[in-house]
Write a protein that binds this ligand. Structure first.
Ligand code: ATP
Length: 497
């Protein structure tokens, strides 16, 4: 402190002396200003970044494995690996090499960060987190310096908190640990990765603070093989999207502190949310609570949760108002999708809507039923039929089609390609890589023609339901699955809810 005061005093005196001598100090002030600004924003200051630190605040609990829904396989694998850290004495006696790195691999929002935090809690470790992108700099050596600083920070934090170990969590590790020699500014990238390897290799087995590095990525294929070799990240844990019971568990966790109406069935919501990650489900519950607040009620109902699913899938409701004739066309289109969906897969329509959301002017939300990981040709053809039904309904009722069906056709083509590549088309088993484009196209067109005929038959058979559904949609804007099924079963007295 003293030195700084002496320095400031002498510096100020020197400046006054030079000004008195008539020396032009403006260039010096300018350079000092620029350097000060750069220093302030911290980005070129080597190691000038400090990383997010997760400590256990007194009296509050932190993330535990029980707070993570689904992911039972990932949790078990992780816990098994963590026993190596928690029982250091036993593994030392057996001469087992301690685990240095763990890689969590899976889609965004599946709980990788939560798992890393829970690992820190489970092993009574300090927790330091950084993201791969925080190490990426234009300036050679800065990333490497930051890696060193991260490890140093983990050790000193553990000492400060009196913990025997620390978890260093690096999210998006592919940014820093991508294959070497591939980036344009590759010298800096390579140096940063090399430094990480050096730090991991240099973690002494009998260090007073044991370190565990947990990396998270959704692109494990991009990682440099040196990172994955035994002795570094030699355990990989797959963190997948949750299945139905996992989604139910996550929904239960995120509704713990929220008042739910008695009729709410989280099982139903879990069934309707195939493909949702934990982050989607958290957002869904939050949106439902916001809708309840907007409605001025103090409980979250099934309608709020259904509305929140629409919002998470399709985006916010828009005020974009199509004209009368366009709205009629949208209603015809959506009614066509809904009728065919219900005929080919009874009970599949969750709601039919003609209000704009995200990029869509209207939409039918389907309840996917059981989680499916394999598709039969019947299932794929049924989904193609649903996709084509909007355009066919427009043709039947309005005499022509519109561009509103382009994304449906794209979806139908993707499904038809699955049929061809799966060896379920008239071409039989094919080699997808060697299949000529025109042959693929003609196989897809044959599937489309067959399905279009089927869709026409269904919609002609249900023409009166089609008209009644359109009429109701123009008044009510949306129908839920139950209301729509009553219409389909011939109940013509259906009114807006
Ligand atoms: P990314 O790959 O984008 O970094 P991630 O896999 O690390 O994502 P998290 O950051 O752990 O995902 O999760 C984000 C949020 O989603 C969490 O704060 C939590 O609210 C919720 N969440 C995700 N997965 C789960 C889960 N399995 N159980 C409970 N909540 C979850």
């Amino acid at each position: 402190m003293r030195c700084i005061e002496y320095g400031l005093g002498i510096g100020t005196g020197l400046i006054f002396f030079l000004i008195w001598q008539g020396v032009n100090l403006w260039p010096l002030f300018f350079i000092a200003g620029v350097a000060g600004a750069l220093f302030y924003f911290g980005n070129i200051r080597p190691g000038g970044k400090s990383f997010a630190v997760f400590e256990k605040p007194k009296g509050e609990s932190t993330v535990a494995f029980e707070d993570i829904g689904g992911q039972e396989v990932a949790k078990n694998e992780l816990i098994e690996a963590l026993h190596f850290i928690a029982n250091a004495e036993a593994i030392r006696e057996l001469g087992i090499r301690p685990l240095k790195g763990l890689l969590l691999n899976g889609p965004p929002g599946t709980g990788k960060t939560l798992l890393a935090k829970a690992a820190a809690q489970f092993t009574n470790s300090a927790f330091v987190a950084a993201s791969g992108s925080e190490f990426v700099e234009m300036y050679v050596g800065v990333g490497a310096q930051r890696v060193r600083q991260l490890f140093k920070q983990a050790r000193s934090l553990a000492k400060k908190l009196g913990k025997p170990s620390a978890v260093v969590f690096i999210d998006e590790i592919e940014v820093l640990g991508g294959k070497r020699g591939q980036n344009s500014g590759h010298l800096e990238y390579d140096q940063t990765l090399n430094e990480l390897l050096v730090q991991m290799d240099g973690m002494p087995e009998n260090d007073d603070i044991r370190l565990l590095v947990i990396g998270a990525t959704n692109r494990a294929d991009m990682l440099d093989p040196a990172l994955l070799r035994p002795g570094r990240f030699d355990r990989q844990v797959q963190v997948d999207l949750p299945d139905r019971s996992g989604r139910y568990h996550i929904l239960k966790l995120h509704t713990r502190n929220k008042p739910l109406a008695v009729e709410v069935s989280l099982e139903e919501i879990a069934t309707a949310t195939f493909g949702f990650s934990g982050a989607h489900l958290e957002s869904l519950v939050n949106e439902a609570a916001i809708m309840a607040l907007r409605d001025g009620v103090n409980q979250i109902t099934m309608d709020h949760l259904a509305g929140a699913i629409d919002k998470v899938i399709m985006g916010e409701k828009l005020d974009r108002l199509p004209g009368k004739s366009e709205k009629h066309r949208i209603a015809v289109h959506e009614a066509g999708h809904a009728i065919v969906s219900e005929v080919v897969q009874p009970g599949s329509v969750a709601s039919v809507n003609v209000s704009a959301r995200g990029k869509a002017l209207g939409y039918v939300r389907q309840s996917p039923g059981e989680d499916l990981y394999l598709y039969t040709s019947d299932y794929l053809e049924a989904r193609i039929a649903v996709a084509l039904a909007g355009a066919v309904a427009e043709e039947i009722i309005l005499g022509n089609r519109s561009t509103g069906a382009s994304s449906d056709f794209q979806q139908a083509a993707d499904l038809a390609r699955k049929i061809v590549h799966g060896g379920m088309s008239e071409l039989g088993i094919v080699s997808p890589d060697d299949l000529p484009k025109d042959l693929l196209h003609s196989a897809i067109v044959t599937i489309f023609q067959k399905t279009e005929n089927r869709v026409q038959d269904i919609l002609n058979q249900y023409a009166s339901v089609l008209l009644k559904t359109v009429e109701l949609l123009l008044v009510c804007e949306n129908l839920d699955g139950q209301e729509f099924r009553r219409l389909l079963n011939g109940n013509n007295s259906e009114q807006c809810a």
